[in-house]
Write a protein that binds this ligand. Structure first.
Ligand code: TXA
Ligand code: MG
Length: 313
C-alpha cells in the first residue's frame, strides 16, 4: 500500500514499521526509539536474533553520539566525507548504553549509514535515526521496487514509493580491524574505490568461525529465489535451460532473462534482484546463470551475491 512521506513518518513516530526506499535497496524501517517496532522487524522478516541491524542517520555528526570512540579511527573522517550520504556502512565500537541490545545483537559495535536517497533522507530528518534491514523475507532476494516489498509482506503493508532503486545492491560494510579497514560485506561501492581515500584496497574478510563472525548476516543463505541456480560459463548443450545472462551475448536457449550488458556492471547490479525475483514469479524451477564476468569492481559484488544465492550453506 503506497503512502506519502507524511503518512510513513507518522507511522514510524508512533512506533509502527514501514518500508522505505534507499538508493541501494528498500529498507524495513523502525524508529530506534521503539523496542516493540524493532522486535516486529525481526518477526516480519523471520530474521535470526543474532543478526544485527544498520542504524540509518540523516546527519554525519550523529555517529559520534553513539560512538565517541569513532573519533580515534584512522581515515574515518575521510571515508565519511567521501561516501556519506551514500552506500557505505561503517561498523564501529559504540557506547553500548546508547544502542538497544537487540539492534546490535549483543555486540559492542553497531553499523551506521547515511542513505543518499532524498526520500529516506527527508524521512529520517522527521523521525530521527531508523533501523532498516533490507525489506525482504530473510534469505530471499532484497527488494528494489515497491512491488517486491508488497509481494513479501502483503499488499496492505505501508510502503513509501521511491520507484526502482538506483544502485540495486546493498551498501558496502567496512570494519576497522586493528590496523586496517576491512570489507565485511561487499556492496554498491567496489573495493577499488577506497584506494584514493585509504591508500590501500581493503580486503574482504569472510567470517572465520560461526561463533564470533565479523558480519553475522554473512552466515546465511541469502538473496535466493526458489529456483535452483546453476552458475556456469559454458552454455553448450543447454538449449532446454532457462538462462540468466547478458544482452550483448548469444545463448542456445530461447528462454533468457537479461541482467543488462556484460560491459555495464552498474546496470547488472541494478537489475540483479528484480531478475532473481522474476524467476519465482514465472515459477522457474532451475536456471543457469552466466558468471563469465571479471572478478573486479561491482561485478565482484554481483558474483558474490550469485554464489550466496546458489549455495545452500
Ligand atoms: O544497503 C543496505 O545496507 C540496506 C539498506 C536498507 O540500507 N540495508 C541492509 O540491511 O542491507 P541488512 O540488515 O539486510 O544487512 C545488514 C548487515 C547484516 O549482514 C548484519 O549482519 C550486518 O549488516 N551488521 C549489522 N551490524 C553489525 C555489526 N555490529 N557488526 C557486524 N556486522 C553487522
Ligand atoms: Mg538483507
Amino acid at each position: 500500500m503506497r503512502e506519502t512521506l507524511t503518512q510513513i513518518a507518522h507511522r514510524l513516530i508512533q512506533g509502527e514499521v514501514a518500508a522505505v526506499p534507499t538508493e541501494t535497496v528498500y529498507g524495513l524501517a523502525a524508529s530506534l526509539r521503539f523496542p516493540k517496532a524493532i522486535d516486529e522487524i525481526f518477526v516480519l522478516k523471520k530474521r535470526p536474533a543474532n543478526n544485527p541491524l544498520i542504524i540509518h542517520l540523516a546527519a554525519k555528526e550523529d555517529l559520534f553520539f553513539y560512538s565517541p570512540q569513532a573519533n580515534d579511527l584512522p581515515h574515518l573522517d575521510a571515508l565519511i566525507q567521501a561516501f556519506w550520504p551514500g552506500p557505505l556502512t561503517l561498523v564501529v565500537p559504540i557506547d553500548i548504553s546508547s544502542v538497544p541490545e537487540k539492534v546490535r545483537a549483543g555486540l559492542a559495535t553497531a553499523a551506521f549509514r547515511m542513505p543518499a536517497h532524498p526520500l529516506a533522507h527527508a524521512l529520517i530528518k522527521l523521525t530521527g535515526p531508523l533501523v532498516m534491514p533490507s525489506a525482504n523475507l530473510s534469505g530471499k532476494p532484497s527488494a528494489t521496487h515497491p512491488d517486491h516489498v508488497e509481494l513479501d509482506f502483503g499488499p496492505d503493508f505501508p510502503v513509501l514509493d521511491g520507484g526502482s532503486c538506483t544502485q540495486g545492491v546493498e551498501s558496502t560494510i567496512l570494519y576497522f580491524d586493528k590496523t586496517h579497514w576491512k570489507i565485511i560485506r561487499q556492496g554498491a561501492i567496489a573495493a577499488e574505490n577506497f584506494l584514493p581515500i585509504l591508500g590501500y584496497v581493503p580486503t574482504f574478510e569472510l567470517p572465520s568461525d560461526k561463533e564470533t563472525p565479523l558480519c553475522p548476516g554473512q552466515m546465511y543463505r541469502h538473496y535466493a529465489p526458489k529456483a535452483k541456480l546453476i552458475l556456469t560459463a559454458d552454455f553448450s548443450g543447454l538449449s532446454d535451460c532457462v538462462i540468466v545472462g547478458f544482452s550483448d551475448r548469444h545463448y542456445p536457449s530461447e528462454r533468457v532473462y537479461y541482467l543488462g550488458s556484460s560491459s555495464d556492471a552498474d546496470a547488472v547490479a541494478r537489475h540483479l534482484y528484480d531478475v532473481l525475483r522474476q524467476l519465482d514469479k514465472d515459477n522457474v524451477v532451475q536456471a543457469c546463470i552466466d558468471v563469465d564476468l571479471p572478478n573486479t569492481g561491482l561485478f565482484r559484488t554481483v558474483l558474490e551475491r550469485l554464489h550466496k544465492a546458489s549455495c545452500c550453506s
